[in-house]
Design a protein around this ligand. Structure first.
Ligand code: PLP
Length: 469
């Protein structure tokens, strides 16, 4: 094998000279002089090292070659870290992938409030200071039957704030079957401790009775709380006390009943072919004084936590100092307002709200898509891998309807070196995220919108499967 001729360090051009080269002008224009200089310094140091090691090829000193390497390095450095991906995991509301996709109406609303000053805390009727909750309170009232509401950053913040405001230094009673960890280490007992509320556990993991709540009430009790079990289900020999009864017990002793609904649907999801998830309206009607729920789970909006319920309690919560630390910004409120407004027309909700559209997607259309895409993937992945259409079971995600599975379809990929294929798909310009289990890469197509299919196929046309070995 011939050894490539190497070049002496003296042949490496100076920083100033390269910076003046027309070949670098476009790069400087794109990224700025400081960035180009910084990248060039690194490149020249690399060339000097290669010269010392006697591995410097003369061709790598061509100005065009240097300019191209600098441009590549800067392109990589400047590529956004937060990138759009294809979610083929089969989990629709995927916390690690940003949960709900927002509808166009919300995207427009967010763009609008980013571009111009808005009446975020300005009452346009009176010309006086306003309240940022005003953007959504009327809608929340309408959609839930609650008297009043306030919005914070996420539902974890909502629970924290409610307990800090109503139960600091006092006791909150919760069933042992509801002391859940939601994921991302949100544990109800920890949140309580951080809110300064003392947790009083009642009942057992599988059974809690009305009398357990009644017997737990003492001088220091402030709140009876029900927590949606979210990501797990207790089945078999179980009893839990319905919210209506907990509320009855609470009200008989002048206490407050709150429910952390977690996902908190605003509509009966069975009309979209999904399982029954408790609604916020249902919880309010059953007697909850306050309900907390997420904006970006089943609701399909931005990350937010909504506290809805009795006006006097909401007023107390809004006065708590933590509220200022937990308040949402104008982008969140604009998106939330636009999403809530869509709920005024439930008939068209599944068309307009992306998460609901994906959750209620017709199985036949997913199957047809799998049949269309199977040959495309077989071609892209090469003969080393075996690809086949397969029935799959998607899940809602984010703790909603934890045991429900949505019949779906996708592509199952098998073959040696599956981990490498999975990694190569993650390295695509728009990474494709699937799920590896049982020596198979499962690509569930439920969340591949048909409008995105062309882009999905296009980037696969130049896909290079990982080399064998
Ligand atoms: C998801 C969830 C939370 C946390 O909500 P975030 O919006 O993720 O902060 C709290 N409680 C329950 C019951 C949940 O399901």
């Amino acid at each position: 094998m011939a050894i490539a001729p190497t070049t002496h360090a003296a042949a490496i051009p100076s920083l100033d000279r390269v910076l003046r080269e027309p070949a670098l002008a476009a790069t400087i224009d794109r990224y700025g002089r400081d960035e180009a200089t910084h990248a060039l310094r690194i490149e020249l140091a690399r060339l000097r090292e290669a010269a010392l090691a006697q591995t410097l090829a003369p061709a790598s000193l061509a100005i065009e070659a240097i300019a191209a390497r600098i441009d590549d390095a800067l392109a990589e450095r400047h590529a956004p870290r937060l990138r759009a991906v294809f979610n083929l995991t089969g989990t629709v509301v995927h916390t690690n992938l940003g949960r709900s996709l927002l509808p166009e109406a919300a995207i427009d609303a967010v763009a609008r409030v980013m571009r111009a000053p808005v009446n975020l805390e300005f009452d346009l009727d009176r010309g006086t200071r306003g309240d940022r909750d005003d953007a959504v309170v009327e809608l929340v009232r309408e959609l839930t039957g609650a008297e009043d509401a306030t919005v914070v950053n996420n539902n974890a913040a909502a629970v924290l704030l409610v307990l800090a405001a109503l139960s600091r230094g006092r006791e909150t009673v919760v069933s042992r079957g509801e002391l859940v960890e939601i994921g991302g280490s949100f544990r109800i007992p920890d949140v309580m401790r951080n809110a300064g509320a003392k947790l009083v556990e009642v009942g057992t993991t599988n059974r809690t009775h009305r009398a357990d709540y009644e017997n737990a009430i003492g001088e220091r009790t402030a709140v009876l709380m029900k927590v949606h079990a979210s990501n797990y289900a207790i089945t078999g020999f179980t009893t839990n006390v319905p919210l209506a009864e907990i509320a009855e017990v609470a009200h008989a002793r002048n206490l407050v009943a709150i429910e952390d609904l977690g996902s908190g649907s605003l509509v009966d999801l069975s009309r979209f072919g999904l399982g029954a998830e408790p609604t916020v309206r249902g919880a309010i009607a059953a007697g909850a004084d306050l309900v907390t729920f997420s904006g970006d789970k089943l609701l399909g909006g931005p990350q937010a936590g909504i506290i809805a319920g009795r006006a006097d309690l909401v007023a107390r919560i809004k006065k708590h100092p933590l509220r200022r630390a937990l308040r949402p910004d104008k982008l969140t409120l604009a998106a939330l307002e636009a999403v809530l407004a869509l709920y005024r027309d439930p008939e068209r909700l599944a068309e307009r709200l992306p998460s609901l559209r994906q959750l209620s997607r017709d199985e036949a259309s997913i199957r047809a898509q799998a049949e269309r895409l199977q040959p495309v993937l077989a071609q892209a992945f090469g003969r080393r891998y075996e690809t086949a259409t397969a029935a799959m079971a998607s899940q809602v995600g984010s703790g909603a309807l934890p045991v429900d599975r949505l019949p779906s379809h996708g592509i199952a990929v098998r073959g040696a070196g599956l981990a490498k294929l999975e990694a190569a798909l993650r390295a695509l310009p728009r990474p494709v995220i699937g799920r590896v289990a049982d020596k198979t890469l499962w690509l569930d197509l439920r969340c591949l919108d048909e409008s995105d299919e062309a882009a999905f196929v296009a980037q696969l046309s130049s896909f290079e499967p990982p080399p064998s070995r």
